[in-house]
Design a protein around this ligand. Structure first.
Ligand code: ZN
Length: 72
């Protein structure tokens, strides 16, 4: 455990971002860990792009299918 406030790097542009103090409100944290609104939106866009590409596996459907199998 350390009380040192190490600056974080913005995951988008790698600029140093100051770490918000512990117990800070959501408003105080602002765009953390992003340096600004622009980088936050860029990350959000990337996340949504990836989300659309993830194939959905319906495990519930698999279970149902197994129970409905009629062994002869
Ligand atoms: Zn940035």
């Amino acid at each position: 455990m350390s009380d040192v406030d190490l600056p974080t790097k913005c995951p988008i542009c790698r600029r140093k971002v100051p770490v918000p103090p512990v117990g800070s409100t959501r408003e105080q944290r602002g765009m953390y860990p992003f340096c600004g609104d622009r980088c936050r939106l860029v990350d959000l866009g990337r996340w949504l792009d990836g989300a659309y590409q993830i194939p959905v596996k319906d495990t519930d459907d698999d279970e149902e299918r197994e129970s409905s199998v009629d062994p002869t």
